[in-house]
Structures are given as structure tokens and as C-alpha cells.
Write a protein that binds this ligand. Sequence first.
Ligand code: UGA
Length: 434
Amino acid sequence: MNITMVGSGYVGLVSGACLADFGHRVVCVDSNRDRIEALKAGAIPIYEPELDALVAENVRQGRLSFVADLEAAVAEADAVFIAVGTPSRRGDGFADLSFVYQAARSIARALTRFTVVVTKSTVPVGTGDEVERIIREIQPDAEFAVVSNPEFLREGAAISDFKRPDRIVVGTEDPRAEAVMREVYRPLYLNQAPILVTSRRTAELTKYAANAFLAAKITFINEMADLCEQVGADVQQVARGMGLDNRIGGKFLHAGPGYGGSCFPKDTLALVKTAQDAGVPLRLVETVVAVNDQRKRGMARKVIRACGGVRGKTVAVLGLTFKPNTDDMRDAPALAIVAGLQDAGATVRAYDPEGMDQARPLLPGVDFAPNPYACAEGADALVIVTEWNAFRALDLARLRATMRAPILVDLRNVYRPEDARLHGFAYTSVGRPA
Ligand code: UGA
């Protein structure tokens, strides 16, 4: 198949490289010419494990290419994916669809034969209808179908999520489009990934419902962690005891400093807006959004309590990105935590394996250290905010020896309390008995 990806950002690049790896011919387009030139030269603009090798190999094999000119790429495509950004609109939190509609207009002008136009970006219910209307208005006689095919990729695990998905959701009621989409995903037949064919609106909503449910699951266990701390229970065991029930499932029950990233905060907010507009407010999701926002700020207070105040003290922060294996700082809990510590008078020193370049402009006044040990040196407290693998087996004795005060606040429950205490740390974690 000939596939064109409009948008060579995170989703477009990962999806394009994986589809090329399956044997399709994929052209990735981006209106940002510098980005296209960089990609042609082999520079991957994001950090995602194994993506650079996957791109390089498929470019070498001639299956994957990058162009700035959308027209030729669309004219030859069987399927054109729209994988552009849908940021939160400033002010009202609704998803900003201007990039999606711009892509639709450009695609419309370039259509030459039956083409399936696929929205892969996370878009509110009804966006597919609008994309169809825009294309029809520009080219009334064009032969095309607009399909919703949401992605369920996690940053840091995007390639394996794409190649081994739990399910594929295809929203279309057009049999020709369904056949094209089945062909696009035929290489996954071996994995027996279920393909769920639904109406377009159902597919669009499924994506939001899934993300909101996961955000709610995390928020549920986070609140349970707070309760555990007060009543002397262990949230990890509570989560395990709950999760072994197949109806609940053990994943996404890891208590921490609140969810962040480019998806959950934006998508829950957009879903809340959609539901309000539809006159069916989703109170549960509204609460999840509010509780999670408060939690990130609350984590700074937790650190301050553990230190008995931080004015004039140096706090070392390990991990800044919203989760490991990414350099993404969007809505990272570290942003609220660091700001809270600085507001309370602390000097903050930080280290992150991949996120420091992205973090620098967002964290004024923070000193950045070259490694965890330099970060902790002379500090009055050490706070683990993101559970990078590199923080799982730190030499606690060495850390303890260089710190001014032995306070360890582990917001991801990376360590066993007894191990931390054995090394002389006053140890605070999330939802475990003090
Ligand atoms: C999320 C979803 O997991 C993907 O399925 C979805 O495709 C993607 O959003 C999207 O809509 O594009 P992602 O944001 O990359 O993926 O990251 P997650 O691994 O889901 O983590 C999100 C946040 O939740 C992180 O801040 C993480 O630390 C937090 N989290 C996750 C917890 O605090 N506890 C958990 O048990 C799990």
C-alpha cells in the first residue's frame, strides 16, 4: 500500500516508521521544512527508544521517505493519515483543531482517486464529520472516505505498542474504506490483534473514554495512597490485591505524584468540554482533572513537610520528565513540584537522563547536575520524581555520605522503605506506612 502521513511529529513518525517496517511504502509530510530536511539527514526530532534505528533502516530499504510537498504524496496514496497536533486551546481547554482542518484542506486539493483519509490525531467527537465537510466543499466530486483510527501509543513504548497493539479501532461505515484499513493493518494478523470496526463517532469517543478511564484509575489509587498514609496501610499491597481481580486488572494502579504528559491532561480536559457542550457533564472526569491538578502541587507540600521546611535549603530532584524513557516535559509533575519548592524558599538542583534540555527553559533558577550523585552532593533532601531505571539501583550509602541531611522522598515508591532506612535515610514515599 501507499501511505502518506501528514504530520511528522511523535505519532506520525512512529506510525509511519512502523507501517514502513511492515512493508508498506510510507511518505511522511510536514509543513515544517526544517524538520523535513533534518529527518532526511537522519535527525529524529524526538526521543523515543529504537525509533532512530527503525527510521534509518526503512529509509535505507526505500520504504520510508520525507517530503515537504504534500500534493504529490497525497495524489499517489491509498490512505492518507492526519497525524498533526491537537493542543489544548488557550482559555477554554478545548482541543485546537486548526492543524487538523488545515491538513484536510491541503489533502482535499490533492486528491486524484479514491483515497481513505484517516484521522489518527486525538480529535473530539464530530471532527471526522467536519473533515469530510471541508474536503467535500473544496472538491465536490472527490472520491474519498474519512475514517477515525485513534492511536493508543505510550511514549517510551510507542514502537512495541504500535506493533503489538491490544486492539485497533477503525471508525467507518464505508465498506471500501474498511477494506483499505484492514489491508493497512494486515501485517498485524499474526499477532491476532482484534480490529474493532465502529461508527466514526464511536471510534473518536473510544479514544477519549480509554484515556479518561486510565486517568481515573491512576487518580483513584493516588487518593487511596493518601488514605493509606493516614490509616497505616500499604497502597502497593492494596493495588496488588485489587489488581489481581481480572475485572480490575493490575495496570495503571501505581500511585505517584499525579499523571502528566501530552495526553491525559489534555484529553481529559477536552472530554470534559465536549460533555459539557453536549449537556451531559461527566462529573467523575471533572473530579479526576481537579484532583490530579491539586495533587501535583500537593507533592511539593509533602516534600516540604518531610524536610520540616525548605527555606534556605537545597533540594535535589531526580527525574523531571512526566515519565521515564522520554524527554517530554509537558504537564510533568516536576514542574509544579519544583515551583512549589522554590516558592517555599528552596534552592533546587536537578538531574534527568534525557529531559534536561527540554526542562531548562521551563525551570528558571534550577541548577542542573550531570549525574544523580553530583545532584545530591551537599543537598538537604533528595526527591525522586520520575522512576527512570537509572534511579532504581542508586548507591544509597554513597548518596547518604555526600548529603548534608539524610532525607529521601520517593514519590514513585522505587525503594523498599527498609533499604532506605538501613542506609540511614529518613524515608518518605507514597501511600506506605511511615
Ligand atoms: C497515554 C496512554 O497510556 C496511551 O494509551 C495513549 O495512546 C496516549 O496517552 C495518548 O493518548 O497518546 P502516555 O501519555 O505516553 O500514554 O503515558 P502513560 O504511560 O500512559 O503515562 C501517563 C502518566 O500517568 C505519566 O505521568 C505516568 O507517570 C502516570 N502513571 C501511569 C501513573 O502515575 N501511575 C500509573 O500506574 C501509570
